[in-house]
Design a protein around this ligand. Structure first.
Ligand code: PLP
Length: 423
């Protein structure tokens, strides 16, 4: 009997007792290969000695100092490192405790930016169906996952959703990838014009859609056109790289591969690799300048922003990734894993699509491969996959059933960057 309110109230979960490398162990000694890094979190795997040493050293020095009084060294160093490696135009970082908090803060930054600039009528957020941006009220309203939103609908702010860029389902027969990408992006401009450009504050999107779609990258050219549309209408581009960022796709930021730089970007999971809870908003110089030259503050804050232990862990994780050349390994192992998936499941009757970038790969499961007919949600195929995989000592991250009114099941793989071909 547990007194924890678990996600699945009636599930009896194994108790995690330890972890080493790409494996986790339960209390009974059973090993699980962590092929999804939890939820694309554990980028260095478990028990990494350098991160543990950094955490111990930081705990000895300083565990906590409130940011209304003091800044701290690991937070300053981590911010320097993130800005140095950030897309063009990013000048500052705001540290929080996770992905939802990062997106919530980024939305408030977008809003305050326009208030500071004397455009308070800009309040509309446009996002995409089939997206997940978090579980707090603002981010839940922004995300397009109808099932997650359903019970809380009356509490959510009005947001506007367009179709995702989802070639497997939406690219028309005979249409080139580029033509499809441009057509999908046009949905944003249509929505901006419908709402009135002067009312639109931000467009929010995951460069590679994770939890709600199973590692779906955008078609070539989509995000470049999205950037143009945002610029044309003075709309901020907020890229949510909470799941797909920090090296997961083989470059530090997924948007590098799309050739765009955002006004605001959020990162979390792989930032601290699970060693501490941490997330961050990376903001453009223009946003910082609007605050600095205006009210002189960002009207937001939590008790644990810039937490020294969290920042020290993330700093260590990022130093190890650079020192050990792990982005190159993500690319190499991503290609290797993709090859193995293609070889094993490329002709599987119930695998409709294999996709993704780097070590962020997804399989879409279908009833019928040729018609792309999804499984009946009542069969809970994704849940069965998870259960069967766990029974065999493998952790993968499936989702599906009914997603945003569309049926579909998929499995996400996001193994640690330390993977080797034998692993
Ligand atoms: N954004 C994306 C793209 C995510 O995948 C997630 C979590 O899965 C979040 C935001 C929310 O992050 P957190 O669970 O750390 O609040």
């Amino acid at each position: 009997m547990t007194h924890i309110l678990h996600r699945q109230i009636n599930a009896v979960l194994p108790v995690a007792a330890g972890g080493q490398g790409i494996e986790l162990f339960d209390r009974e000694g059973k090993a699980y290969i962590d092929a999804s890094g939890g939820a694309a979190v554990s980028c260095l795997g478990h028990g990494h000695p350098d991160v543990i040493a950094a955490l111990k050293a930081q705990a000895d020095r300083l565990a906590y100092a409130h940011t209304s009084f003091l800044t701290n060294e690991p937070a300053e160093q981590l911010a320097d490192r993130l800005v140095a490696g950030a897309p063009q135009g990013i000048s500052h970082v705001y540290f929080v405790s996770g992905g939802s908090e990062a997106n919530e803060a980024a939305l408030k930054m977008a809003r305050q930016y326009f208030v500071e600039k004397g455009e308070p009528q800009r309040r509309n957020i446009i996002a995409r169906r089939q997206s997940y941006h978090g579980n707090t009220l603002g981010t839940l309203a922004t995300g397009g996952n109808a099932w997650r939103r359903a019970p809380f609908g009356p509490l959510l702010i009005d947001t506007h959703h367009i179709d995702p860029c989802y070639a497997y389902r939406h690219q028309a027969p005979g249409e080139s990838e580029e033509a499809y990408g441009l057509r999908a992006a046009q949905a944003l401009e249509d929505k901006i014009l419908e709402l009135g450009p002067e009312t639109v504050m931000a467009f929010v999107a995951e460069p590679v859609v994770g939890a709600t779609a199973g590692a779906v990258p955008a078609a070539a050219g989509y995000f470049r056109r999205i950037r143009e549309i945002c610029d044309r209408h003075g709309v901020l581009l907020l890229l949510d790289e909470v799941m797909c960022g920090m090296g997961r796709t083989g470059t530090m930021h997924a948007c590098e591969q799309d050739g765009v730089a955002p006004d605001l970007m959020t990162v979390a999971k792989g930032l601290g690799g699970g060693y501490q809870p941490i997330g961050a908003v990376l903001l453009g110089r223009h946003i910082f300048d609007a605050f600095a030259g205006g009210s002189g503050l960002f009207q937001h804050g939590h008790t644990y922003i810039c937490h020294p232990m969290a920042c020290a862990a993330a700093l260590s994780v990022q130093e190890v990734i650079e020192r050990d050349g792990l982005l190159a390994n993500v690319r190499a192992m991503g290609a290797h894993l993709r090859g193995r998936l293609d070889a094993c499941f490329g002709n599987h009757a119930h695998v409709g699509d294999i996709r993704g970038r780097g070590l962020f790969l997804g399989l879409e499961l279908v009833e019928d491969r040729s018609s792309k007919e999804p499984f009946d949600p009542a069969r809970k195929v994704h849940a069965r996959v998870k259960k069967e995989a766990m029974a065999r000592g493998l952790m993968v991250y499936p989702a599906g059933g009914t997603i945003d009114g569309a049926r579909g099941d998929h499995v996400l793989l996001a193994p640690p960057f330390i993977l080797d071909a034998a692993g």
